[in-house]
Ligand binder design. Structure first.
Ligand SMILES: Nc1ncnc2c1ncn2[C@@H]1O[C@H](COP(=O)(O)OP(=O)(O)OP(=O)(O)O)[C@@H](O)[C@H]1O
Ligand SMILES: O=C(O)[C@H](O)CO
Length: 567
């Protein structure tokens, strides 16, 4: 009896304490997170204890400031944070340490004696070079960088002058590769870079700045292959859906500077390459086609790639000759360049996803990172996101076949089964915790899917992916303020368009229908840019302008909590 009474009083006491704690949580916004953490409860749990509508209405008045932002703004903020993390000046600062007359990079220290030379090529190289100049300009003898057409003007227009090297400084900035395609301007820059490397002696230190887009900005076709012929081959491969691994394996075989050629020219100087990776898994020999990484060319491999995409019959004789000429024996490099070369990856898609994860948390979402290596056809990738949506949003546990379907997609989209299982489990746990509602969750992924071009429209893989995810969601019963998806190229440019990607939600299909836009027709013609430009005055497009960085694409899928505002 005594114990029962004591139990009842204890329960009452606990109830009163919980009520006080709950009121504190509601009344004082700043310590609310701390109190929730102390009590070990999620907001969804707390609310599931107190169902009455007036309480819910009260809670929605005391949400953190970020909750007042629309879902559209929040998904764009997460993407912006990802891009911010891989700003070229920041990644250089974080990986290079200057102390007196020496510099430490990748665990090695180099003495600076007015012996520093700089070359670079890629979409992020302008800002990387500006930072190197700031840090080591007093020892810099000369430099040549090959950067995208128009990038300096864009940086000035966007108030990003800190990403520009000094106007009359040591670094010559050469712009080229309009629309990301090698051209005569890029060819001239490549020649200058080669000449600079050739002049160096064993006393010199050559800093090579490398980032995505570097292949197009450093074209040096092996004679007798002409620039146009090389361009034709790579263009056809890309249009047929070849991966960047396949594309750059072929590019390396047709180039003087790729595949370690640049390091060979710089020998016997010390070469240090700072690499901002835009290839899945950060393979040094493939990023910008590996100009500082010695790689063997296997003619059989090149021919099999061309055969895979049914291009063997239409490649020029010069290209066939150059491939055949490169027997493995010819490729063996006698000079000991390897000991003189250090390759350091200073940023990648994972760096961007990590910052996106933090930002998503600040905005009130529980982040779940799927993988930084999503690839494969956009059709498979959109299917994957459609299926994963079920784990976060279905009122009930999705049937086992759905999980099996997700796992079966794994190899096609380059995601390991343990990452898929972990993601499905985490999304499921969040859904269960929300007790039938939605739990604020942010699914993040990165990588570089591909599109098989069948039409002649304007678009890019990010816009096409966003459009396809919108289609996947069409048949699902999603709440009106349901999930939102963003796919964006971190370089700010998706295919040959002004947009970096697009944002889509569960209402996309109905919105398009109401405006007389037939999604299927646009997809058949690979016309995703025209579609998004026409839909609701282009409000779904993501247009940050050139970002001066490049670590592939970022995908953000936000699931709002049941109590979020409509986006
Ligand atoms: N109309 C289109 N619709 C969909 N995708 C397209 C379209 N046109 C081109 N693409 C795709 O865009 C990709 C090229 O885009 P982009 O110029 O952004 O290349 P990237 O891979 O980001 O370049 P980088 O070499 O700098 O990494 C190719 O995969 C190509 O298939
Ligand atoms: O330039 C290139 O080759 C691609 O961006 C991959 O690095």
């Amino acid at each position: 009896m005594y114990f029962t009474c004591a139990n009842v009083s204890l329960k009452r006491l606990l109830f009163v304490c919980n009520m006080i704690l709950f009121l504190l949580i509601l009344i004082f916004p700043p310590p609310r997170r701390l109190l929730l953490r102390l009590s070990g409860l999620s907001m969804a749990r707390v609310l599931s204890l107190f169902r009455p509508q007036p309480v819910l209405a009260l809670v929605s008045r005391y949400k953190p400031a970020s909750c007042n932002m629309s879902m559209d703004s929040r998904v764009r903020e997460v993407f912006a944070a990802a891009v911010e993390a891989v700003q070229p000046d920041a990644v250089v600062r974080q990986s290079v340490e200057r102390k007196d007359d020496s510099v430490a990079i990748g665990g090695r220290r180099f003495t600076l004696k007015h012996n520093l030379h700089l070359v670079g090529f890629g979409k992020a190289v302008l800002g990387m070079a500006a930072e190197v100049e700031r840090m080591m300009g007093d020892h810099l003898v000369d430099g040549v960088i090959s950067v995208p057409h128009g990038i300096q003007q864009t940086m000035r227009q966007h108030g990003k002058s800190h990403l520009l090297p000094k106007e009359n400084g040591q670094i010559e900035v050469m712009e080229g590769a309009k629309h990301n395609l090698p051209d005569e301007d890029a060819l001239r820059a490549a020649e200058k870079i080669k000449q600079l490397a050739k002049r160096l002696t064993e006393k010199d230190l050559l800093l090579v700045l490398i980032s995505g887009g570097g292949s197009a900005l450093l074209p040096a076709p092996l004679p007798p292959v002409s620039l146009q012929e090389k361009l034709d081959v790579t263009r056809r491969l890309a249009a047929a859906g070849a991966t960047i691994q396949e594309l750059n394996t072929v590019r390396r075989a047709l180039s003087v500077l790729k595949g370690g050629g640049l390091a060979k020219y710089a020998h016997p100087a010390q070469v240090v390459a700072l690499i901002l990776s835009d290839v899945i898994g950060d393979p040094l020999d493939l990023i910008a086609s590996g100009p500082t990484v010695r790689s063997e060319v296997w003619p059989e491999e090149i021919l099999s790639i061309l055969e895979r995409y049914k291009l063997l019959h239409c490649i020029p004789t010069s290209v066939k000759d150059v491939i055949q000429r490169q027997s493995r024996k010819d490729n063996v490099d006698e000079s000991d360049t390897a000991g003189h070369v250090q390759n350091v990856v200073i940023g990648s898609n994972s760096t961007a996803l990590e910052r996106a994860r933090l930002r998503a948390r600040e905005l009130g979402f529980h982040p779940v990172v799927l993988s930084p290596g999503v690839c494969g056809d956009v059709r498979s990738v959109s299917k994957l996101y459609g299926l994963l949506t079920l784990f976060a949003c279905s009122p009930e546990e999705p049937p086992a076949e759905v999980a099996a379907e997700v796992l079966a997609l794994g190899p096609e989209v380059g995601v390991a089964s343990w990452d898929l299982c972990r993601t499905m489990r985490e999304l499921g746990e969040r859904r269960r915790a929300a007790a039938g509602g939605l739990a604020a969750t942010c699914l993040l992924a990165g990588g570089e899917p591909t599109v098989e071009l069948t039409g002649k429209g304007r678009g890019g893989r990010n816009q096409e992916l966003a459009l396809r995810v919108g289609l996947e969601w069409r048949g699902l019963e999603l709440p009106p303020n349901g999930p939102i998806f963003l796919s964006g190229g971190t370089d700010g440019q998706d295919g040959p368009t002004e947009a970096a990607g697009a944002v889509t939600d569960a209402g996309l299909y109905a919105e398009a229908q109401a405006q007389g836009l037939d999604i299927e027709k646009f997809l058949i013609n690979n016309d995703s840019y025209t579609f998004f430009s026409s839909l609701s005055s282009g409000k779904h497009l993501l247009v940050p302008g050139l970002t001066c960085t490049n670590v592939m694409d970022v995908h953000v899928l936000l699931f709002p909590s049941t109590f979020s505002n409509k986006g």
